[in-house]
Design a protein around this ligand. Sequence first.
Ligand code: WT7
Length: 661
Amino acid sequence: MSVNWALPFDEKILPEDKRNVVNIETYHEIHKRSINAFRDFWAGVASELEWYKPWEKVLDDSNPPFYKWFAGGELNACYLCVDRHAKTWRKNKVAILWEGEPIEKGIPKEIRKITYGELYRLVNRVAYMLKTVYGLKKGDTIGIYLPMIPELPIVMLAASRLGVVYTVVFSGFSSDSLADRMNDAEAKLVITADGGWRAGKIVPLKDIVDEALKKSPTVKNVLVVKRIGNEINMQKGRDQYFEDVLETIPINATVEPERMRSEDTLYMLYTSGTTGKPKGIIHDTGGYLTLLHGTMKWIFDIRDDDVFWCTADIGWVTGHSYIVYGPLLEGATVLMYDGSLTYPEPDRWVSIIERHGVNVFYTSPTAIRGWMKFGPEWVTKHDTSSVRLMHSVGEPINPEAFRWLYKYVGREKIPFGSTWWMTETGGILISHLPGLYLVPMKPGTNGPPILGIDADVVNENGVSQSPGERGYLVIKNPFPGNIMTLFKDPERYKQVYYSRFNGYFYAGDYAVKDKDGYIWTLGRADEVIKVAGHRLGTYELESALIQHSSVSEAAVVGVPDEVKGEVPVAFVILRQGNEPSEKLANELNLWIRQKVGPIASLKNVFFVSKLPKTRSAKIMRRVVQAVAVGKPVGDVTTLEDQASVDEVKKAYMELTKEVSK
Ligand code: WT7
């Protein structure tokens, strides 16, 4: 059965800037040509980077789905992002423009401007330190647990200069999450800070690391960046201050960039899936940088006098690609802000745009909805006319949020889009391309697939859906930037992404294509929820809950939230001898926050005596979800695998009765 989805909007807005305006039919013709010759197309993009050694084959597809882009070619990410620019006039151009959270009378206490010349010195010294003091070499792994300070990109670049694989763990994750990742990655060194600032409070990062390292035996050393300057525990023989060690490195130390093969790992990043613990997504070097180069030009229209600001945290892929590698690859000035976007007042983010003259702005629906709560007067009291292009990412954008930012920052005339991609794809795959062609915008859509990407919406059997019919989002051709494999689990890589639709890359999203060929992604089709744009596996939360001594069984589902898009709620069966109470509900919430991190906060805990299950003992998730949001059962009867309509109805009634008790 196909559902005809009513699109939230079908209205077109043409930006004022009419450069290269094309109608959508023309775009599709150009797009089709790029798809028919996608190898040549991407080779053209890659040839704009500087290679030590050209590739032998554009795409080695001899062992699908283990694709190797630009096989045989050699390059280095740090060289391309730093050395290349430091050799030119950009030596004195600001590469990283950083602002910290602490502020007094409207004047930030800390602003740092690091030029490409200075960045060159810094990454060389840090690389030299990692190599000579810690003996790190190509293929070793380190962990990075830092707030949004310049040392974060500097360490990432220094590691990539050496070919040292790193994994950044978002500084909002708990000690358990950090320990799991360090163990899986077998990290030898962790780089952290003495603390971080968040809405005026100190986040005790070093304490969290100490806790995590009790369970992470592979980590032998900890480097601590002084961010706060507070007293912290330093373990002798294991921990050292970053600044102290760096001081021992000659000012002009240099390290030759390692010649990396195109398919060599640049970094690993953990993300949640439907089962098991978060998995390490492996990204290559050549394909990844090629996709970033293309998307920075076409989607962000990056220019040399731009200040580019992406409000994400580098702990997520968005920051890796569009704070660090993408902007620096293009020699841009990238703004980095470390702190809460609404501290000390709701207009902090707008004051940053004004203070630094931000030209290109990349943010998320959750951030926009958070700002909307405070009213437009916080925005309009600042001058944001420097912004000439905006995009959003992370979750579907609701038309209200789109319109709000479009009106108050976009002055109802600049291009604004919702770029679709995911940790696995490395860079944006679906977006309109204002740097190339301006096609009509529609609030809420992701736009057409970018050039060289054959994205489609298919039904259960992998057949293209007609316009307006909901289906699953797939990418039909191999593409640069895509995940190479899952760390230590190539079988699962094949199974998760390539088995469901016979060789197509399966994203895990529902989507619909409209009659103009624009794609509207509609949210996850699996057991993954997006909380404030961040990915959480409901399975992970359930596993954390059942580790609590009072819990016997748990089901976690996502429910809509006005600001965060979606938030988790839990249905819990208690072990004998435990009584439901508000106190216990709070305790379970605290437990989840400690086990996973504050982003996993539960909106609600329902104590129940039974969970609806199919005959094969699988939790009927859609029933649980329907009950959680108070949606009628009619919508879910056809959606639950292996259960009859009657069974689903009965389960729904029973569960509803329990939660309304
Ligand atoms: C999932 C990937 C890479 C960006 C940060 C998230 C959802 C992402 C959009 C968008 C609708 C979006 C999808 C996707 N998503 N961008 N513009 N419109 N949905 O990366 O944590 O790997 O999550 O985010 O559901 O599958 P991620």
